[in-house]
Design a protein around this ligand. Structure first.
Ligand code: LRH
Ligand code: MN
Length: 403
């Protein structure tokens, strides 16, 4: 019997630096009080999420949104605040040169510029001790005939191969796919199959990241998770939820049952059990190379457009934790027996029993055993941290997407 509490205690959810900054839609970005003005303040806010949940020890950075003069100093600051630097996210979607694509652009000059940015992100991994580069390409076309779909795949493959060669020991990149937006006819990495095919061709350091907001409506995401895990190609998640498109709402908010089904495939695929070696916030050392490549990164990728950001992250971490606890409660023996007998309703009942279990008392107890308050949301509210940053962070430019 898996020691559920031990697995939950070892859980590691990575929060995104950009969730602490202002974000919005093309209609409006609403500013909020106390929003960070620089990556150092973003890390301080992320440390609050870890301090109250105990399971959010790393922060993903986005370049250039988190550009600093001294990345080693930023990593030191993170450690002092009690967190570590997680995935480094490249950004080849906000420069005027990338209107017709970045690494897939018809112009060799633009492709070179984009690839150099990706290589610069690997330098930042070296400086911060991060072992993961996350690659998302907004690249695509809006009208049939606008460009050659196959030629763009050749250009993409060439850039990915160059970045792959640059990766050091224990480092990897995660290729993210997205069905559409900002391209509205053909996206160059639109689905898991395209991402998987490129990564499979390159080798073990290339894996796929599943952003839960990047699929066509009705897509069975847990099937993709089960398949990629079986192939050893699931590198991570960008967790969020949506009612319509890439809404980037709090994970589990729109569809908690889907999150449960996804986490069940994570548990069933053994992607949680060996998470213990990633607990430390210390950079992954050389010997952890294997572990780094085996580790599934559970990252949040969200925008708190109207809700307070730090509580939004705390609630999101709790939503993943609750779905994980329910997934760990599935009676695997009873389920396998019912499945083997073709007992359709019996099997479904075993699955639903776990989902319908209220795991909040178990998690409150676990937090107390971890020396934390049983309810992170009220603990944060009572901490006075928001009042402190709202008073301190006056003036300067609030962080955002810089779009
Ligand atoms: C693209 C995406 C990608 C990030 C961005 C913040 O939609 O999911 O992961 O770079 O959001
Ligand atoms: Mn994403």
């Amino acid at each position: 019997m898996t020691d559920i509490k031990a697995v939950l205690r070892a859980q590691h959810i990575e929060t995104p630096s950009w969730a602490y900054g202002n974000s919005g839609t093309r209609f409006k970005v609403f500013a909020q009080k106390g929003v960070p003005r620089d990556p150092y303040e973003k890390l301080a806010d992320a440390a609050q999420v870890h301090a109250h949940t105990g399971i959010a020890p790393t922060v993903a950075l986005h370049i250039p949104w988190d550009k600093v003069d001294d990345y080693a100093d930023l990593a030191r600051h993170a450690r002092e605040a009690g967190v570590g630097i997680g995935a480094i996210n490249s950004n080849v979607f906000q420069d005027d040169d990338y209107m017709l694509g970045s690494v897939t652009h018809p112009s060799a000059r633009v492709r070179r510029k984009a690839t150099d940015h990706l290589l610069e992100c690997v330098d930042i991994m070296d400086a911060t001790g991060s072992d993961t580069l996350k690659l998302w390409f907004s690249d695509g076309i809006n009208y049939p005939g606008q460009d050659d779909i196959r030629a763009r795949q050749d250009r993409l493959a060439a850039a990915l191969a160059e970045v792959y060669e640059r990766l050091g020991e224990g480092q990897r990149f995660l290729l993210e796919y997205k069905l559409f937006e900002p391209a509205f006819y053909a996206t160059d990495v639109p689905d898991w199959g395209t991402a998987y095919a490129h990564c499979a061709k390159l080798g073990p350091k290339a894996q796929v990241v599943v952003d839960t907001g990047h699929h066509a409506p009705g897509t069975n995401i847990e099937f993709i998770v089960a398949f990629l895990l079986r192939e050893g190609k699931l590198g991570g998640f960008d967790f969020n939820s949506r009612f319509y498109a890439d809404d980037d709402l709090m994970v589990g908010a729109a569809d908690p049952f889907q999150l449960f089904r996804i986490m069940y495939e994570v548990v069933r695929g053994g992607a949680l059990d060996d998470g213990r070696d990633e607990r430390s916030t210390e950079p992954a050392g050389e010997d952890a190379g294997g572990a780094a490549l085996r580790r599934v990164a559970f990252m949040l990728d969200q925008c708190h457009n109207i809700e307070p950001k730090i509580p939004g992250q705390i609630r999101s971490v709790m939503n993943v934790q609750e779905a994980t606890a329910k997934a760990l409660l599935v009676d695997r023996e009873a389920l396998s027996a019912a499945q083997a007998e073709g007992d359709v309703l019996g099997a479904n009942a075993v699955f639903m029993d776990a989902y319908n279990t209220d795991v909040r008392p178990l998690l409150a107890e676990l937090r107390e055993e971890m020396g934390l308050a049983p309810d992170p949301m009220s603990a944060y509210a009572k901490s006075g941290y928001f009042e402190k940053i709202a008073a301190e962070r006056v003036g300067g430019e609030q962080a955002g997407w810089g779009a």
